[in-house]
Design a protein. Structure first.
Lengths: 249, 345, 302
């Protein structure tokens, strides 16, 4: 397994607050790497740095051997990194089909309009939005909008998918369906870097887990080893403790 | 695409059917037929009974339809309020008039040169000011207009504050003033049709999709891979092209150009009102809004009261539209008859 | 810049320098008023993310208010100041409910267009009523002479009043309940709503405040220079520059930015014709925007 993405020595601060300090980890080809950590640990900041929303103050982001640090978001997208946001950003007055077409046309393959249709249908099918293609994105349910985020990102045929708390706000049934969808995505060879708070989901999905706390890496390893790590457990005191039941899969 | 059996008869007919196929594809787009129809109507109606008054009225309407359609590309698709859109019109006018009057260029060449030079300038400018978001951009466009107006008013080769008066002999190559006016009219109608076609072509293209995404949510569009700075600058530049050409033609017909009339901010704002009135982001809307506003305005301007309150009435209209009918006329039409959304654009 | 002159005997060279210094100090004084105007703009912007394009018209209304209050009602010029604040507030609330309330949640471009439309209506009406001829309110106030320089009384008074009003605004924002509510809504409207704050009322109050500030700054400017219905545009541009210099939603920054702009004007105006000033300021505006989108003071802090 080769390193698809390398985050090396990344530091980012806002005003007087250091959101991320000296963070390093890698994502391997076709793996699911989970990122967990208490609120304010810097998880979303890392995502923003990776996909080009803002550059890091220090450190590098290397994707497929190329240094992409500080590249604007649209260029990062063209390289093959797609993102599903925590706070959904549907293009509300456009249909689901049109939303995904944007993803397909401006994503990694930079498709012409004519070829986008089949890619979009495929993505919609994986995610389960096939019967809603003509619906206005703004009118979807929360779960629907979350699935649209995924479908749109998938339409870009990325090699790395950044999932930012895609399970937040979903009921247990919807969570189960999403987990299945994420598995289907990985089965297609797409690497996934996912931030999640729903413990049992991320524990069961991830091949490896990185734990962040206060802007730095607290632990890294398989879900089992992370769950047993006393530092991790200590960091989560005051947050929902990962229960033993959730960690066995 | 149906598979064609290869047989001698079909192969011999191949080149002709290819052209027919292409032509058929175009005709099958009902909207393009509609545009062509409108263009033909504009051309034929006043010609029918040599109705000069109708021609003048339609000429103004055609000019405004051109302005509104091109403005729609930046305002309606990308969501950037270009308060100073009239600067392209005025600059195009000046370049064209200057080339025709000082250098005796033929009208067509001068007009096209005006279009190209102004859109190139817009590209350069756009790359700078389109980094600004929202109101900053909007105000910057006003600033651009005012700055250009001030510059031109001090630019002696272009007549400074008094402007340029076209000498009558520029109309000779076109067969004298009377005929020239007709020719210019047809040219303006052609530019109008081209503008409608351009905004339609953009809207149904990948470029247009990117612009619409930017208009919807610029940050999300960037994350999805839309090269937002380039797209915005291109839209700004493209919207300048035909606007500049029609400016050249319009001032050629008028015979005079001076800074105040060329860079009239009121006209600029009225273009925005037209786009909003007809339905922001729609091709049909820009045309309808421009047509209706211009026709009504033409009537009202004859009354003393209105000419004093032109700005007030335009402002009130804009306010009402934004508050109560932000999707304009076409918004109402689409709501009532959803299937029209497929047919019209 | 009018209003300052060193008294003789000064040699020609020293006269130039003295003139420039006087111009600078004058500019700083007027700059305080610019800052006040910009505070109104930045307050509205920071609280409800709306760019009030009626700002210029509100400044003009303040100018005309001074004229009519002094000539029509015979109020002393500085007595009109509190009246303008009150009138401006009421008018601002009115404008909020007419043009802003319905467009608050919607796309940014809608609030731009609605406030701009409102501006068109007001300026159009103003032009119809008052034409574009200049108005003037002479304010007899003796100047201060110090070390051979004479400073116009009106400039000093305007700066002092601007600072006083800014101080009052500070007290309102940081020492009263309504001020706390405004700051809460500015921070996060939904959270404020959940905490029981009637956010719509607070928004209309804040808008009224912003307009009151714009209006009273117009009144103060009217004590300094003659004005026309169309004067608002230039001051609106200055307010924008100052707002960007000081950082969005930062009233203190706006005040400092205003003084900075006044300083720049004081330095440059002795050397160029007045008609060039708006163009220079516009270029400065675009420049600052591209280089310091979050304000010079925000930039300096990071």
């Amino acid at each position: 397994m080769t390193d698809l993405l390398e985050v090396a020595g990344v530091k980012k601060h806002f005003g007087g607050v250091t959101a991320v300090h000296d963070l390093s980890f890698t994502v391997r080809d076709s793996e699911i790497l989970g990122v967990i950590g208490p609120n304010g640990a810097g998880k979303s900041t890392v995502f923003n740095v990776i996909n080009g929303v803002y550059p890091p103050d220090e450190g590098r982001i290397v994707f497929k051997g190329q240094d992409i640090t500080g590249e604007p978001a649209y260029r990062v997208a063209r390289r093959g990194i797609a993102r599903a946001h925590q706070i959904v950003q549907p293009l509300a007055t456009m249909t689901v089909l049109e939303n995904c077409t944007v993803g397909a046309c401006f994503g990694r393959e930079n498709l012409p309009l004519a070829r986008a249709q089949e890619v979009v249908r495929e993505a919609a099918e994986i995610v389960g939005l096939t019967d809603r293609l003509d619906q206005l994105a703004g009118q979807l349910t929360t779960a629907g909008k979350k699935r649209l985020e995924l479908a749109r990102a998938l339409s870009a045929h990325p090699e790395l998918l950044l999932l930012d708390e895609v399970l937040a706000g979903l009921n247990p049934t919807e969570i189960e369906r999403m987990i299945a969808v994420i598995r289907r995505i990985r089965d297609r060879g797409i690497a996934i870097l996912m931030i999640e708070h729903v413990m049992r989901a991320i524990m069961s999905l991830s091949d490896r887990i990185v734990v962040l706390n206060l802007g730095g890496k607290l632990a890294e390893g398989t879900p089992q080893s992370v769950a047993r790590n006393p530092d991790v457990i200590a960091a989560y005191l005051g947050e929902a403790e990962p229960t033993p039941a959730g960690m066995v899969h | 695409m149906t598979a064609q059996e290869s047989s001698p008869a079909v192969e011999v007919a191949a080149p002709r059917s290819k052209a027919r196929e292409w032509f058929g594809a175009i005709l099958r787009q009902p909207f393009i037929c509609l545009i062509a129809l409108v263009g033909v109507a504009f051309a034929i109606l006043p010609l029918w009974d040599d109705n000069v008054q109708l021609r003048e009225s339609l000429l103004l309407a055609a000019v405004y339809i051109t302005l509104a359609s091109n403005l729609n590309i930046v305002l309606g698709y990308a969501g950037y309020v270009n308060f100073g859109n009239i600067v392209f019109f005025g600059l195009g006018g000046y370049v064209c008039i200057y080339l025709v009057n000082e250098w005796q260029w033929p009208l067509a060449a001068a007009a096209v040169t005006a279009g190209i030079s102004v859109s190139l300038l817009a590209l350069v400018f756009g790359l700078g000011i389109l980094r600004l978001r929202g109101a900053f951009f909007a105000l910057a466009t006003i600033g651009v207009n005012e700055a250009v107006k001030a510059f031109v008013a001090n630019f002696e080769p272009w007549g400074g504050a008094t402007g340029i008066y076209l000498s009558l002999d520029v109309y000779e190559p076109l067969g004298g003033p009377g005929q020239a006016l007709w020719i210019v009219y047809f040219l303006i109608v052609a530019v109008m049709a081209a503008s409608l076609f351009l905004s339609y072509a953009i809207k149904t293209s990948k470029f247009g999709l990117g612009l619409l995404a930017i208009g919807e949510n610029e940050d999300a569009a960037a994350v999805l891979g839309v090269n937002t700075p380039r797209y915005k600058a291109l839209a700004y530049s493209v919207s300048a092209f035909l606007t500049a050409i029609v400016g050249g033609l319009y001032f050629f017909k008028t015979g005079i150009i001076e800074p105040g009339g060329a860079f009239d901010l009121t006209r600029s704002i009225e273009a925005i009102v037209m786009v909003m009135l007809g339905g922001i982001g729609t091709v049909t809307g820009a045309a309808l809004g421009a047509f209706f506003y211009e026709e009504v305005r033409g009537v009202l301007l004859t009354t003393e009261v209105f000419s004093h309150f032109q700005l007030v009435i335009a402002g009130l209209l804009l306010l009402v539209i934004v508050l109560f009918a932000p999707a304009g006329l076409m918004g109402f039409v689409y709501k009532r008859w959803p299937r029209m959304r497929r047919l019209l654009q | 810049m009018e209003g300052c002159s060193p008294s003789p005997p000064f040699s020609a060279g020293a006269f130039q320098v003295a003139g420039i210094i006087a111009s600078i100090i004058d500019g700083v004084l007027v700059g305080a008023v610019y800052g006040l105007a910009a505070m109104g703009l930045t307050l509205i912007w920071g609280v409800m993310n709306v760019i009030n394009l009626t700002h210029g018209a509100m400044i003009v209304l303040g100018m005309f208010a001074l004229y009519f209050l002094t000539t029509g009602l015979g109020l002393p010029p500085y007595g009109a100041v509190p009246v303008t604040i009150g009138l401006g507030f009421v008018f601002g609330v009115l404008v909020y409910w007419i043009a802003v309330h319905r467009v608050i949640g919607r796309a940014h471009l809608m609030s731009l267009l609605s406030t701009f439309a409102m501006n068109m209506v007001l300026i159009g009406l103003g032009t119809a009523l008052f034409s574009t001829s200049p108005y003037n309110v002479p304010v007899p106030l003796s100047g201060l002479t110090w070390k051979g320089y004479t400073f116009t009384g009106t400039h000093i008074m305007a700066a002092v009043l601007a600072l006083v009003i800014a101080g009052l605004l500070y007290l309102l924002l940081y020492r009263t309940r309504i001020g706390k509510a405004i700051r809460a809504v500015a921070d996060n409207r939904d959270a404020a709503e959940l905490n029981g704050i009637p956010t719509t009322q607070v928004l209309s109050f804040a808008f009224g405040l912003g307009v009151a500030l714009a209006g009273v700054s117009g009144t103060l400017i009217a004590t300094l220079f003659p004005f026309t219905v169309l004067s608002g545009g230039a001051y609106e541009l200055k307010s924008f520059i100052v707002t960007v210099l000081g950082g969005l939603g930062n009233p203190a920054g706006a005040l400092m930015g205003g003084v900075a702009l006044g300083l720049i004007e004081g330095v440059t105006t002795p050397f160029m014709p007045v008609s060039w000033v708006p163009i220079i300021e516009f270029v400065l505006f675009v420049f600052v925007l591209i280089l310091f989108p979050r304000g010079i003071f925000a930039f300096a802090r990071s």
